[in-house]
Design a protein. Structure first.
Ligand code: FNR
Length: 342
C-alpha cells in the first residue's frame, strides 16, 4: 500500500475507532472549594514548556502531511484554526518530505499559514540527526517532536521490526538541533522508567501520548487479515501516564495527550502535573465532520471553559492549578498503588 493511501486510511479509521477502556480522566475528582479567591477575567492560562512560551495550554497534535492535495488541505485548515485561536500546531511525520521534496508543500503550508505561531516539526525515532535538522529547517519549527510508536509499527504489516539503538539516535538528534526536543508516544502512554531513561540523556519535554483516545492498534488491525488484537488493549492510560512521568522526572515539561476532548480534561491534566495538552483525533473529527468554523468555535469554548473551571478551583494560573487538591479513584488509583506512586 502506498504511503499516501496509508495516511488517508489512518484518518478514516481514526474517525471511526471506538474502544472500552478509557483515558482515565473520569477517575480524577476535584475537591470543591466554596471560597475560591479568583476572578474569571484575571485567570491566566499561559504556559511555558522547555523554554517555549505558550499563550494557551492547548495545541493541535501531530496528524498529517505528505499524502498529496488532501492532506495539504487538512494541514492548511488545521493551521488556519491554530492561527485564529492562537494555539500551537504540530505536523505529522515529515519523513515523506525528507524522502521526496515534492511532498514538502503539505507541511510548509502550516508555517506559511501560521507564520508567527508555535509550530512543531515531527519525525519518528528512526530519523537520523541530519534528517531531524532538515525537518526543523523545513518549518522554522519552534520545537521538534520525535514519536515513539513501537506497537503501531508492529501491528502494521509493512512496519518496522528493529527497534535497537533508539536512545542513541535520540541523543544524537538532541545534540544536532538548536530547538527544544519533545519525545512523544502516540497512544500507548509512557512509564516512569521510560521517562527516567529519557531524562538521563537530557530530554526535557515528554508528551505522554496515553491510552484512551486514538488507538493505532485498532486502526492498523482493521487493515490486517490476521489481527494482532492483543495490542488493542495495550498501553498506559493518559492519567496514569501523566502521574508516572511527572513522578519520575521532576523538572521535565510534561505534555498530556491521548483522548483529550474537553476543558475539564485539560484542567485535570494540569492539576495532575502536565504543563500543556495536545488534542489530535477529537479535533480532526470535528474538522472533518463539522468543518473549520465548528472547530474554531469548539476551541474558543474550551478556552472559556478552562477559565470557568480554574475560577471554581481558585486557581488564577497554571502553577496554582497544579496545587489544587484532587482525589484519584478507579483503575488510575489501583495503578498508582501497584506502581508504588504516593
Ligand atoms: C496521529 N498521530 C501522529 N503522531 C505523530 O507523532 N506523528 C504522526 O505522523 C501522527 N499521525 C497521526 C495521524 C492521525 C490521523 C491521528 C489521529 C494521529 C498521533 C497523535 O499525535 C496523538 O499522539 C494520538 O493520536 C493520541 O492523541 P488523541 O488522538 O487521542 O488526541
Amino acid at each position: 500500500m502506498s504511503r499516501a493511501k496509508r495516511k488517508l486510511d489512518h484518518i478514516e479509521h481514526a474517525l471511526s475507532s471506538g474502544q472500552e477502556r478509557t483515558h482515565g480522566f473520569e477517575h480524577i475528582r476535584f475537591v470543591h472549594n466554596s471560597i475560591p479567591d479568583a476572578f474569571v477575567d484575571e485567570v491566566d492560562y499561559s504556559s511555558e514548556i522547555g523554554g517555549l512560551s505558550l499563550s494557551s495550554p492547548i495545541f493541535i497534535n501531530a496528524m498529517t502531511g505528505g499524502g498529496g492535495e488532501r492532506t495539504k488541505m487538512i494541514n492548511q485548515q488545521l493551521a488556519e484554526v491554530a492561527s485564529e485561536c492562537g494555539i500551537g500546531i504540530a505536523v505529522g511525520s515529515q519523513m515523506a518530505a525528507i524522502r521526496d521534496p515534492e511532498e514538502r508543500k503539505s507541511y510548509e503550508i502550516v508555517r506559511q499559514t501560521h507564520p508567527n505561531g508555535v509550530v512543531f516539526a515531527n519525525l519518528g525515532s528512526e530519523a537520523t540527526a541530519d534528517q531531524a535538522k532538515r525537518a526543523v529547517d523545513m518549518l522554522q519549527a519552534s520545537a521538534l517532536q520525535i514519536h515513539l510508536n513501537v506497537i503501531q509499527e508492529l501491528v502494521m504489516p509493512e512496519g518496522d521490526r528493529d527497534f535497537r539503538h533508539t536512545l542513541t539516535r535520540i541523543e544524537k538528534i538532541k545534540d544536532a538541533i538548536d530547538v527544544p526536543l519533545i519525545i512523544k508516544e502516540v497512544g500507548y502512554g509512557m512509564s516512569r522508567e521510560t521517562a527516567e531513561t529519557l531524562a538521563s540523556i537530557g530530554v526535557q519535554m515528554i508528551d505522554v501520548g496515553g491510552f484512551g483516545g486514538t488507538n493505532f492498534s485498532r486502526i492498523e488491525n482493521a487493515r490486517r487479515e490476521r489481527k494482532l488484537s492483543y495490542f488493542d488493549d495495550w498501553g498506559i492510560n493518559t492519567t496514569s501516564s501523566i502521574i508516572e512521568v511527572t513522578e519520575a522526572a521532576k523538572g521535565i515539561s510534561v505534555i498530556s495527550s491521548g483522548g483529550l476532548q474537553s476543558a475539564l480534561d485539560v484542567v485535570k491534566s494540569i492539576a495532575l502535573g502536565a504543563d500543556a495538552t495536545g488534542f489530535a483525533g477529537y479535533f480532526l473529527k470535528i474538522l472533518m465532520e463539522e468543518g473549520q468554523n465548528a472547530l474554531i468555535e469548539e476551541i474558543n469554548f474550551i478556552h472559556k471553559d478552562i477559565k470557568m473551571l480554574m475560577t471554581a478551583l481558585g486557581a488564577s494560573s497554571l502553577s496554582e492549578l497544579k496545587e489544587v487538591p484532587l482525589v484519584i479513584g478507579g483503575s488510575t488509583k489501583e495503578w498508582c498503588e501497584q506502581r508504588g506512586i504516593p
